[in-house]
Design a protein around this ligand. Structure first.
Ligand SMILES: NC(=O)C1=CN([C@@H]2O[C@H](COP(=O)(O)OP(=O)(O)OC[C@H]3O[C@@H](n4cnc5c(N)ncnc54)[C@H](OP(=O)(O)O)[C@@H]3O)[C@@H](O)[C@H]2O)C=CC1
Ligand SMILES: CC(C)(CO)C(=O)C(=O)O
Length: 327
């Protein structure tokens, strides 16, 4: 299978190495120092004390890579406007394009099953205009990542989690051969990719964790505080309950599936990507992970005072550092 990874950072670097080592024809759309490093030394993934290496074709111009069977977009959400312009040369009539961003992303309303509440109007939904100029809805896959990673230096990624999984599905939850094939490729590469019944249920399940742990970690500058400090832990648990209520109000009751222990497991050794961005001075996914759940709460009339308070603080921190601009 011909697969292109768009954005060779923490997640993209991990996935590209694994797919290439599993025998897929892998290319990456990268830029700047990362592109130079990949061209010079290939990509390296540090996992369980091992260094896994892969040489992959890399370019900053999608034209040089051509149409693919599978495109995995692994940039931050904040880059999706640019990606929408760069993607067309990678897309043929049978290409599947999976979007693996954390949080509420542009495809949420696309294929939303009848009977589920409509989401509030959010700025990221406007990206649909750009993507659907050249993608048919059935080519778009939603993706959820369970894999904690950080870039040590351009082209070198460290994996910080015991479990690495990517959940993929068509945005209307229909089973398609292209989705089954993409999951099989991931599994073959050692990345779990289980069947998905409702992609938005999986999105909420992950988002509940991110929407609470990530902003609290940014506010504290420390991911373990929300586990080790009893007062903060109480705030964290209140936020989780509120966020689970928001998900349920939007048709996805995932409370029984939420595993707090699993969420707190790698707090000590992994800084959430949002805290990594805050510390590195990179654009933060505040709209998608922090403000979106609050907007969904208001749309459904769910009272979420703890979520609102922490979200407001973290949005302010991001705005003041120039890492987020409210729409
Ligand atoms: N890191 C983690 O552990 C986890 C992350 N996620 C989610 O996964 C997504 C990706 O996160 P992560 O891997 O951490 O992000 P990173 O910032 O590490 O990587 C993104 C990569 O995309 C590149 N990029 C951005 N725009 C372009 C462009 N126009 N052309 C080419 N390359 C581009 C960046 O390059 P440059 O450096 O030049 O900007 C960078 O190399 C996010 O939504 C995040 O929330 C989910 C689970 C865990
Ligand atoms: C790995 C995990 C779950 C940690 O918060 C994450 O999603 C992130 O870093 O953004």
């Amino acid at each position: 299978m011909k697969a292109c990874i768009v954005g060779a950072g923490a997640i993209g670097g991990h996935v590209a190495v694994k797919l290439a080592r599993a025998g897929a024809t892998v290319s990456v759309l990268a830029r700047g120092a990362t592109l130079e490093a990949i061209r010079a030394n290939g990509l390296v993934l540090e996992q369980d004390g091992q260094q896994l290496h892969a040489d992959v074709k890399a370019a900053d111009d999608a034209q040089a890579l051509g149409p693919q069977d599978l495109v995995l977009v692994t940039t931050k959400s904040t880059a999706l406007g640019d990606i929408a312009r760069q993607l067309p040369p990678l897309v043929g009539p049978h290409t599947s394009v999976a979007f693996l961003q954390n949080g509420v992303t542009w495809w949420y309303p696309l294929g939303l099953p009848a009977g589920k509440p409509r989401p509030p109007q959010l700025p990221m939904f406007a990206l649909a205009d750009a993507f659907l100029r050249y993608l048919r809805p059935e080519q778009v896959l939603g993706g959820i990542i369970y894999s904690a990673n950080e870039v040590l230096r351009p082209g070198v990624v460290r994996n910080n989690s015991p479990r690495n999984a990517i959940e993929l599905a068509a945005v209307d939850d229909s089973e398609r051969p292209a989705v089954t094939a993409a999951r099989a490729l991931l599994e073959q590469a050692g990345i779990e990719s289980p069947a998905v019944r409702e992609i938005r249920a999986n999105l909420w399940l992950k988002l509940v964790g991110n929407a609470c742990a990530s902003p609290l970690s940014v506010a504290m500058g420390n991911p373990s505080a929300l586990v080790n400090d009893p007062a903060l832990n109480a705030v964290y648990v209140r936020m989780l309950k509120e966020c689970l209520a928001v998900a349920a109000a939007h048709g996805y009751d995932v409370a029984d599936q939420f595993d707090l222990t699993r969420w707190t497991q790698h707090r000590a050794r992994h800084k959430p990507s949002m805290l990594q961005d805050y510390e590195a001075g990179r654009a933060m996914e505040v709209g998608e992970m922090v403000l979106a759940p609050v907007a969904f709460a208001r749309a459904a009339g769910v009272d979420a005072p703890t979520l609102e308070a922490v979200s407001a603080i973290v949005a302010r921190l991001a705005i003041d550092k120039g890492l987020f601009t409210p729409a």
